[in-house]
Design a binder for this molecule. Sequence first.
Ligand code: FES
Length: 107
Amino acid sequence: MPLGRTVKVRKGFTILQAARSAGVAIPTRCGGNASCFMCKVQVKENLGLMEMQNNEKLKLAGLEGTDTRLACQAKIVGPVIVELPPDPLRAAIARQIQLQKEQDTLW
Ligand code: FES
């Protein structure tokens, strides 16, 4: 989500590997070492993600209960639906366009 892509992967693949298999880019800076925090995804349906390991728990401290996972660390063992956050640049442009529309309607 939100692209609606589906991919079948082997058990033990990470969400990041699965996304790449589906041709979906998830930004990373650390090469999948749980240190850049850029690969956060929202788990929408979890019928098959392994429990978090300590390094992921430490990185996501404070986000417990939000269904946030690090795509580079979360391993898949069954069906999972995840939502990728909007690209920061596109989100900023969308906010500017919306703001401009609101200002245009005032005049
Ligand atoms: S790729 Fe850097 S934390 Fe996941």
